[in-house]
Write a protein that binds this ligand. Structure first.
Ligand SMILES: [Zn+2]
Length: 265
């Protein structure tokens, strides 16, 4: 076991504190190739994590952070060993109403294993309904009930949540604050300051995103992140003009996604 140098570690921690972070959203992994836009193979994820591990050592790069949405079983079985091999801690946002009830998703024992391995856990609503479409009453269940159940069952403080489908508005954000969340994760592709803000942007990782793109995204001044941001705002305009429901139907049709997918259109 290498001897840790406290002076070096302190200096490294100090230099990290000035770096901006870039959060990435993953959904699920598969051992085999899969047509779903948000399912990466284990080898693709391993390659991405190697880039994160490498660029985290470089002061000239953003500090990349890994997050997972939905709570798919592959987060534990396939992603955790890779994260652990690189000493990385990720944040897992789970859809609380699916825990132990939906085939292919994490159960409570699985979440306890993630918790015990030092990974972070946050909420992703109760039923994965888009929060901007919920009534005030339904928002209570989606936000407050999901936090309370996670905290009771896992004995941890839950202060972060990720909006299903990346959908939110000012009413949703006020409800998040009222439900006790200090950080709300979105899918706005942008970097963040070192200290976690209330609204946190993230890059949604698709299965066609290679390591070269991951490297570009991690480089300050790279054009890819601004391009993804422009696409994000263009999609938001399309959602407003077409209404969310019609937009979603078109997205699933043209992106070749099945009805069981939970990605972020
Ligand atoms: Zn989701």
């Amino acid at each position: 076991m290498p001897i840790q140098n406290p002076v070096f570690n302190l200096a490294k921690a100090h230099s990290s504190a000035h770096r901006r972070r870039l959060y990435f959203i993953y959904h699920r992994l598969s051992e085999l190739d899969c047509a779903h836009s948000y399912t990466l193979t284990v080898e693709q994820f391993r390659a991405h994590v190697s880039v994160f591990s490498e660029t985290r050592q470089l002061d000239c790069s953003f500090l990349s952070e890994v997050t997972f949405d939905d709570g798919h079983i592959s987060n534990l079985n396939l992603a955790l060993p890779i994260l652990q091999a690189h000493h990385l801690t990720a944040k897992f946002f789970v859809t609380v109403g699916w825990i132990g009830r939906r085939a292919g998703y994490l159960g409570w024992q699985d979440l306890m294993a993630l918790r015990d391995s030092g990974q972070k856990i946050g909420a992703h609503g109760w039923s994965h309904r888009f929060l901007n479409r919920c009534s005030d009453e339904d928002l209570g269940r989606e936000l407050l009930e999901s936090r309370r159940v996670l905290e009771d069952k896992l004995g941890i403080e839950v202060t972060s949540m990720a909006c299903p489908g990346g959908r939110y508005d000012q009413r949703v954000l006020s409800a998040c604050r009222a439900a006790g969340y200090r950080h709300v994760y979105t899918s706005i592709p942008r970097t963040e300051p070192f200290s976690e803000c209330f609204l946190v942007g993230r890059v949604n990782v698709r299965s066609d995103m290679g390591t070269e793109q991951i490297r570009q995204l991690n480089s300050p001044g790279g054009k890819l992140l601004s391009r993804l941001r422009r696409q994000y705002f263009a999609k938001n305009i399309a959602k407003t003009l077409l209404t969310d429901r019609i937009y979603d139907r078109l997205w699933w049709m043209f992106a070749g996604n099945g009805a069981e997918t939970e990605g972020d259109p």
